[in-house]
Design a protein around this ligand. Structure first.
Ligand code: ZN
Length: 304
């Protein structure tokens, strides 16, 4: 039974001319509801994570610096958003929603959040539009709080950018397996090793992408995960201005079908984070995220 977390706070007020496509969160929510893919009763407000929840994956000095607005400018700059109380709410809700979604997924098989996948956030610093790392917090939270059910977490990170923050926070953690497919020549230019990294060449198309994904999902099976956290970034789309890969909309749906179908077939709970998307026009990005939830519905049809 699907539940999806969302908050109006995801839409941050940005200075005039800022390049981040902030309207995509609201547009996605509206598109999913209008197309009857997700209905209002399946949408829940992402709660703000507590300080203790943030400390699962982050240093206290960094968390407190963000919460109080006292982080020095040189540490804020790599994040790419100016500090504001709204940024704090957005960042806390992104983690709180990921925790809620993954707990729900654990009991009911499937959940998602219309935000998150903030995989460039490290233990003591943010970067690349990421403040706190939602999936690292969620993995550590569930391994601790639901230790009887969750012994192994698989993070499938298919955003076109490598999840350096997630990999650095969870590095060496025996109960976490991180699979990343990403553009080898794309940001971040200093990558941090995941369990499996497949750096892809610029211009890669659907068929070659699926070959790599199939190989790696097969290999990840051997880890016998109890939970999958899926970073379903849609920036591998050909029209993405930051992506450099050449996947089609149908290709992204095939990708999602492989990951979500893998979870469904093996009866492994799966929780989805939105990840990146910077297509021109932005409606392409929204359409691609809608595609992910269309695929969810292929496996978990709506109960009328
Ligand atoms: Zn990305």
């Amino acid at each position: 039974m699907l539940r999806v977390w969302y908050s109006e706070d995801f839409t941050l007020q940005l200075p005039e001319g800022h390049r981040f496509p902030m309207r995509k969160y609201r547009d996605l929510r509206e598109a999913l509801v209008n197309a009857c893919i997700v209905n209002e009763t399946e949408l829940f407000e992402s709660p703000e994570a507590t300080r203790d929840e943030l400390l699962l994956a982050h240093d206290a000095a960094y968390v407190d610096g963000i919460l109080s607005g006292s982080l020095p400018e040189r540490e804020l700059k790599p994040i790419g958003f100016p500090w504001s109380p709204g940024l704090v709410r957005r960042s806390r809700r992104t983690v709180g929603g990921a925790l809620a979604a993954s707990r729900w997924a654990l009991e009911h098989g499937i959940a998602g959040q219309l935000a998150g996948g903030t995989h460039h956030a490290h233990r003591n610093r943010g970067g690349g539009y990421c403040v706190f790392n939602d999936q690292a917090c969620a993995a550590l939270h569930l391994l601790r709080e639901c230790a009887d059910k969750v012994r192994r977490v698989l993070i499938v990170d298919l955003d076109v950018h490598q999840g350096d923050g997630t990999s650095s926070i969870l590095r060496g953690h025996e109960q976490v397996y991180i699979l990343s497919l990403h553009g080898e020549r794309n940001y971040p230019f200093r990558k941090v090793a995941s369990t499996v990294d497949r750096g892809l060449p610029d211009g890669l198309t659907d068929i070659d992408y699926m070959k790599v994904l199939d190989e790696e999902l097969d290999r990840a099976l051997g880890f016998r995960p109890d939970l999958i956290l899926y970073q379903a970034g849609v920036d591998p789309l050909a029209s993405d201005r930051l992506g450099k890969l050449s996947l089609t909309h149908e290709g992204l749906k095939q990708r999602d079908r492989r990951v979500i179908g893998f979870a469904h077939q093996l009866n492994i709970p799966i929780s989805l984070a939105m990840g990146g998307g910077y297509a021109e026009p932005i409606s392409d990005t929204v359409r691609a995220h809608v595609g992910t939830y269309e695929v969810v519905r292929e496996f978990w049809p709506r109960i009328p």
